[in-house]
Ligand binder design. Structure first.
Ligand code: 6PG
Length: 253
């Protein structure tokens, strides 16, 4: 029995996955521009952003409506933009500096602020951005997410009280188990209000968490399992290694 809130697309390797991801995002941009004039996307760090960038490099002829992109982050580390750990810095270097998105349509978290202040400032920027919608929660056209082996997504880590945040759009995270320790993250209700949530998971080390999300959710849910869109299923772009049935130790008697 599969979890209906999450759909999985399995690809042979990074090239096919990256191209499919870029085509999906370009299609989402076309729809958003047609319906609302802008395409609002929140990026994660790590491999999800790298695969999206690679996909657009592989498909230079793809019309992505770059001039209508408004770029945000699903999470950020509280470091300076030129720190190798900065999601914004990595996105600039790997992706954003190579595509014609106007600089004033890119909205990084200020990682030089302490987490609480950075979260407040980022949320204020988001509220300005989404004010016209008049909704209680911002509705991103796409939120691009990765998943950790522990089931975290964005900077929503298992057992962290930020998972229960139901008021703020962005929240500070301290003592992240994945370094760097201090971060800012979009909160779960924001993820759940996205029109599309696209997950990327590659490699054998993600097979166990992918299998957990694919199964019908019961018991204590992992953060990635708690992403449950009001708009429809989350879609996962995974490779064959992440799709494998993980061999459990108990089988090796
Ligand atoms: C971060 C990321 C984080 C990431 C996962 C998976 O800032 O650390 O946003 O949530 O997406 O840790 O990372 P990989 O896909 O690179 O394994």
């Amino acid at each position: 029995m599969n979890n209906p809130a999450h759909q999985f697309h399995v690809f042979h390797g990074p090239t096919e996955l990256s191209q499919a991801l870029a085509q999906r995002v370009a299609s989402a941009a076309a729809t958003a521009v047609q319906e609302r004039g802008w395409f609002r996307i929140a990026l994660s760090g790590g491999s999800a952003m790298l695969r999206l960038a690679a996909g657009f490099r592989l498909l230079p002829e793809l019309n992505a409506y770059w001039g209508a992109w408004r770029v945000y982050w699903a999470d950020e580390r509280c470091v300076a933009a030129d720190d190798p750990n900065s999601n914004y810095g990595a996105a600039r270097a790997e992706f954003l500096d190579d595509v014609p998105i106007p600089a004033d349509q890119i909205f990084p978290v200020d990682g030089t602020l302490p987490p609480e202040e950075a979260a407040r400032a980022y949320e204020a920027a988001l509220r300005r951005e989404f004010a016209a919608d008049g909704d209680a929660w911002p509705r991103f056209d796409v939120i691009l997410l990765g998943v950790g082996g522990d089931g975290h997504t964005a900077s929503l880590f298992p057992g962290n009280p930020v998972l229960t945040e139901m008021v703020h759009w962005a929240a500070p995270v301290w003592q992240s188990p994945k370094p760097p320790p201090t971060r800012v993250t979009l909160t779960l209700p924001v993820l759940n209000h996205a029109r599309q949530a696209l997950f990327v998971a590659m490699g054998r080390d993600k097979a166990r968490v992918v299998q957990k999300v694919r199964a019908v959710a019961n018991g204590d849910l992992l953060p990635a399992q708690r992403v449950h869109l009001t708009a429809g299923p989350c879609e996962w772009f995974i490779d064959e290694q992440a799709a494998e049935q993980p061999t459990s130790e108990s089988h090796h008697e």
